[in-house]
Ligand binder design. Structure first.
Ligand SMILES: Nc1nc2c(c(=O)[nH]1)N[C@H]1C(S)=C(S)[C@@H](COP(=O)(O)O)O[C@H]1N2
Ligand SMILES: [Mo]
Length: 200
């Protein structure tokens, strides 16, 4: 734990190097933030689906998902409500693995994330292909708790955290960008923290 003087010094330092985006402050805690209720997880009936503009749409059971190749990513996490949590260690399946398997058609340019409970959010396909984007089921190094999106959530470290959908169940590949839950309510279509793309 650090005192408030130390925290201010660290914040200044990280802001100067650009690691802490403008308007953000450091948190050591991990706030829980979402709309609606935490969904129940039933490993027997859980499915993850990929659909839309792909050559090979598919569906995976929890067991099948667990057999995919795994990656570990260390990354910072920036919520639009201004907290940033540094150095999270996530484990799970790289989005590249999912995309390679699905083979998006040339027309596919955006991806809509679909969640249990109906939450959605959008991002460009190119962004999902970055090295540190993954479907995470583990955090530092425990299984992801239900309130933080367990059993499975998206992690896109370079966009605001509302683009990292908890309880993710599917990906839809589309041609044109389409607003998700928060984007429909005024949040930015892209959401880059380094440019404070909070609202539009
Ligand atoms: N399904 C779903 N995913 C979601 C949300 C949500 O309301 N529903 N909220 C988003 C927002 S605004 C943030 S800041 C992060 C918070 O993740 P955390 O609760 O693990 O900190 O989840 C994102 N993913
Ligand atoms: Mo958020």
């Amino acid at each position: 734990m650090f005192g408030s003087g130390e925290r201010k010094r660290l914040q200044r330092e990280h802001r100067n190097t650009g690691r802490l985006p403008p308007g953000q402050s450091l948190t050591l805690k991990w706030p829980v933030l979402h709309v609606g209720a935490v969904p129940a997880f039933d490993p027997a009936s859980w499915r993850f689906y990929v659909e839309g503009l792909v050559e090979r749409p598919f569906e995976l059971s929890w067991e099948e998902f667990q057999s995919l190749p795994r990656v570990r990513v260390q990354a910072d996490f920036h919520c639009v409500t201004t907290w940033s949590k540094f150095d999270n260690v996530w484990e799970g399946v790289s989005l590249s693995t999912i995309v390679e398997r699905a083979k998006p058609t040339p027309a596919a340019r955006y991806v809509i994330q679909h969640c249990d409970g109906g939450y959605t959010t959008n991002a460009p396909l190119d962004d999902l292909l970055r090295d540190n984007v993954l479907l995470a089921d583990t955090h530092s190094p425990e299984p992801l708790t239900p309130e933080h999106g367990g059993p499975l959530r998206m992690i896109i470290p370079h966009l605001y955290a509302w683009k990292s959908a908890k309880w993710i169940r599917g990906l839809e590949f589309v041609k044109r960008d389409r607003a998700g839950y928060w984007e429909e309510r005024g949040y930015h279509m892209y959401g880059d923290p380094s440019h404070e793309e909070r609202f539009r």
